[in-house]
Design a protein around this ligand. Sequence first.
Ligand SMILES: Nc1ncnc2c1ncn2[C@@H]1O[C@H](COP(=O)(O)OP(=O)(O)OP(=O)(O)O)[C@@H](O)[C@H]1O
Ligand SMILES: [Zn+2]
Ligand SMILES: [Zn+2]
Length: 809
Amino acid sequence: MIARVIVDVTTNQTDRLFDYLIPAPFQAAIVPGVRVVVPFGPRKVQGFVIEVAKTSTIDAGKLKPVEQLVDIEPPLTRELLLLSEKVKESTLSFHNTALKVMLPAAMRAKYKKEAMIHPETAYELVAKEIKRYFTSAEAVLDWDELLKKAGDAEKRLLLKALKEKTILVLPKVGTQGKKKKQTLVHTVRSPEELAQLKAALPANAVKQQDVLQHFIDRPEPVPVAELLEAVRGSRSTVKALADKGILCLEEAEVWRDPYEGRHYERQASLPLMEEQRQALEPILQAIDGEYHRTFLLRGVTGSGKTEVYLQAIERTLAKGKEAIVLVPEISLTPQMVTRFKERFGSDVAVLHSALSMGEKYDEWRRIREKQVRVAVGARSAIFAPFENLGMIIIDEEHETSYKQEDAPRYHARDIAIERGEYYQCPVVLGSATPSLESFARARKGVYELLTMEKRVNDVQLPDVTITDMREELRNGNRSMFSAALIAAIKQRLQRQEQIVLFLNRRGYSTFVLCRDCGYVAECPHCDISLTYHRTTHSLQCHYCGYTETPPTRCPSCEGESIRFFGFGTQKVEEELKKILPDIQIIRMDVDTTRTKGAHEKLLDQFGRGEGDILLGTQMIAKGLDFPNITLVGVLAADAMLHLQDFRAAERTFQLLTQVSGRAGRHEKAGEVIIQTYSPDHYSIQDVKSHDYLSFFQKEMLLRKQAGYPPYFYVTLIHVSDTDLPKTIEVTKKITNYLRSKLSPATKIYGPAASAIPRIKDRYRYQCMIKYKVEPYLTKILHEVVQTYQGEMSRSDLSIVIDTNPYMML
Ligand SMILES: Nc1ncnc2c1ncn2[C@@H]1O[C@H](COP(=O)(O)OP(=O)(O)OP(=O)(O)O)[C@@H](O)[C@H]1O
Ligand SMILES: [Zn+2]
Ligand SMILES: [Zn+2]
């Protein structure tokens, strides 16, 4: 038998199936979806078995055998294998990359080179400089580590020893995570042979006979513990048969036991509001009718979307099927997790980045072993290996974090719909502020639109006031808080109500400037200004990690008027305490949430009323549902509007609506104060009137005029290299090639320098394609990559193609 394998080598030439012989002991165990270790050139690499075939087009004599079996059970299902091909196609990535993204990080292969004294060299004859490292004939060292530690002279010596075959270096494939090993027993003998061997055993060797009978009945490999239990035998029995060469023992990876969850009170489902009932109805129909449909649920903040999801899942489980719920990383709060655990108890697995690699692996395994039927998680949970999927939900579907920014550059929404079609099950996209793409599709009838305009129990949406910070300045207020905001905060303190203070930091940072000459501290490796960090009193580059101490004197004019501009959460806290010294502030930002569980602890504190103000960045904009929050203040609302991104207005509207939605969700009425320098911008005005449709129409018009999605598709080609003329040259060639190949209606922009023209000493250029119909685009882009493949493997050149870009930088 032949295994057709995708190897873990990411180059264009290796992006195809390779055939390997399946040795007899693995015949039964190697099925599509298992991972194996195979020889590949001089190396050993991991690979995924995609197909098992009877014959190969290559001469059997030229085929190499599979060397090792990594999994006992295939981690990837047949459906996921099929899906991987679609991901590869649509994102222009390597098949190997598309397969690996579906597995938890703990399962990714890790390669090591083991070095030892060459078995054909007598240890006594080895030079003593080498013996310093290899202290015995058996010593095995990590080759790369060894070279890293060695000085130049020693390195030369080691390499010479390698060349002269004093040292032998062998590749070794491992896995990222810690794993438990298990001994597998298998046999290469046929059942007929085994029957003969059994007959030939002495009559008193009963246990040995039982073991052979076991393999006559079930020839596949079996964990030794399981075998011993089945035949009530001891290890010595197995060992005796192994010594006779009848059985073979092999180490293989096993899944660890899942960890015990915490205790959650069971919550029954709530009686629905009329709007919730109407939204749920068509979803239930699709579940019952077992057909695929994509629903877009637009429900204002606090309209009870989660309850709709929960009841849809309940019906799915009642049908004996499984559900996936995607939630953006930052709103995967303990509060959110609790809502699912309370309803579905131990039937829920949670996959999010706060878990350690091992914990994530455990949760993933609980899904694969069918111990749970609901998976709640961030983007990658869309690949949860269920085999009887009945429902996929994407909460906050507009979130850009659903798009992966590394290869494979997939969008979870596309994967959800793909899987929904395969399983003929509904997909529900939910949001208070749907993405323009999704809402446009719903309008065209591609998705079915479900709407909830009212909050639960008819609670009013909060009153939104916009304060013009330019006006404040004219009135002599130079602080970062408007008079209205301070007055509102004081009022809440008196009433013992809580406040959320949101600082929009995206697109905004603290930088160093010389007031005399205008010098701005910039990264020497990237074309971007350095950010000032108060905690460490340092200047840092957010792209390459470069750090320096802030100058006390201007490096350019030697003046002393160096100032730090912009403000962070710490600064806000300090300033607010100057005005209101007794105020209790819970600050949530990267600094205060670095340790594990800190996020949860701070939110708990706030929930218990131990703080007056929850102050934070993007982290606090979503998912919070605390009844005592009656005021939301937004600082620097327009910071994002100035980003070079066609979605800047959309993101501003979405973020402001989300954060406003934290106020007055229950009995107490809510108020929102938005501070801005662009009070008239429609993305801010429409937040005030809670008018999604108005925003949608204005934004659509602009997208149409500018030729952006959802009217046009966009593909972005990024070219980078350490050599500037070469970067420009390559981008120019690609652009010209595309112009010659694509239809005249398609617009091609470039070559143009990227918004950040240099990162980590690499120059960055881009070419943008805007098109409506371009049936051969994928093929043409493949040709582009093909053309530069050799060049890319030889030099610093890199070409990255994004067929659905969300990061325009
Ligand atoms: N039918 C119901 N009866 C009573 N309370 C409900 C009902 N449905 C939802 N709720 C409650 O209403 C509150 C708001 O619901 P939920 O958090 O699901 O809103 P949401 O639409 O997801 O809002 P957001 O988009 O702001 O996160 C929650 O406290 C929830 O428990
Ligand atoms: Zn200066
Ligand atoms: Zn840098």
